[in-house]
Design a protein around this ligand. Structure first.
Ligand SMILES: Nc1ncnc2c1ncn2[C@@H]1O[C@H](COP(=O)(O)OP(=O)(O)OP(=O)(O)O)[C@@H](O)[C@H]1O
Ligand SMILES: [Mg+2]
Length: 258
């Protein structure tokens, strides 16, 4: 579905952020991307979505290079934008229409998809946004904005979802709905998170990004989550004090449920 070949990337004027990243996501796979704050997860998703170009190496979508030049060809751009969608970590970045209804309809309309009103109705309903359809998106709560941004992607019925911290602002019931919707679907997904409890629910495979922008691990999620030294070297464990009455002791935690 999507492939990165020896990708190196740096933001202008900065040190190298991602180095020699090679990975392959197959159709139907659910890949969880784990890594500490600032290691480059969001940047990697933007590279996969063709919003950034690597300094070296290449990104391939169904075997074809994703470059600015390729995305200037209208037919290629429409096929790519319809099928490879990115949920931004900060969903405000995606919302700009006057109403929730227009926001949900925007993508399908731009891409010339059929049944725009039915798509809007279905996803507004699933996400509990129907009472908000005439409201301006900027007046929604943080969690409602995240649901709306997700609805905009679901309305396109794409092949590949790139989801950047998709549950960050969602309440437990909506997280449950999302996990079921994602896990039960046959869609391909790459989900970036540093929430290890959530990761365990989501995928079978995981990639752990290190603090030097390299792939530390690519393999079964369960194996990564049980490897405390791997998680420690990726900056994904925390150490804090426990208080038992008057006694306190500190030890390393990898999972929220430990
Ligand atoms: N537009 C930008 N210009 C310059 N530097 C940037 C830009 N966006 C991100 N960075 C830098 O790139 C690095 C990686 O950022 P990125 O957002 O990819 O990390 P992340 O792994 O998603 O972190 P988090 O877990 O906090 O979401 C950070 O040091 C950040 O400051
Ligand atoms: Mg991020």
């Amino acid at each position: 579905m999507i492939e990165l070949r020896d990708v190196t990337f740096r933001w202008p004027g900065e040190a190298v952020l991602l180095q020699h990243i090679s990975l392959h996501v197959r159709r139907g796979e659910k890949l969880v991307l784990l890594g500490a704050n600032g290691c480059g997860k969001s940047t990697l998703l933007k590279l996969m979505n063709g919003l950034l170009e690597p300094e070296q190496g290449s990104v391939l979508w169904q075997g074809e290079p994703v470059t600015r030049a390729a995305l200037r060809q209208k037919q290629r751009a429409v096929a790519f934008r319809r099928n490879c969608v990115l949920l931004f970590q900060h969903p405000e970045a995606m919302l700009f229409n006057p109403t929730v209804r227009d926001e949900l309809a925007y993508g399908p309309r731009q891409l010339g998809l059929p049944d725009v009103d039915a798509r809007v109705g279905k996803w507004a309903d699933e996400l509990g946004l129907t009472p908000l359809l005439d409201k301006p998106p900027f007046l929604l709560s943080g969690g409602q904005k995240q649901k709306l941004a997700l609805g905009c992607l679901l309305a396109l019925d794409p092949e590949l979802f790139l989801l950047d911290e998709p549950t960050a602002s969602l309440d437990p019931a909506t997280v449950g709905w999302l996990v079921d919707t994602l896990v039960e679907s046959d869609k391909t997904m790459v989900i970036a998170t540093h929430n290890l409890s959530l990761a365990a629910e989501l995928g079978e495979r995981c990639i752990v990004l290190g603090l030097q922008g390299q792939i530390l691990f690519d393999g079964p999620l369960r194996m990564a989550l049980s490897g405390v030294s791997l998680l420690e070297s990726a900056g994904l464990t925390h150490r804090h004090k426990h208080r038992h009455g008057k006694l306190a002791h500190a030890h390393v935690h990898a999972h929220d449920w430990d």
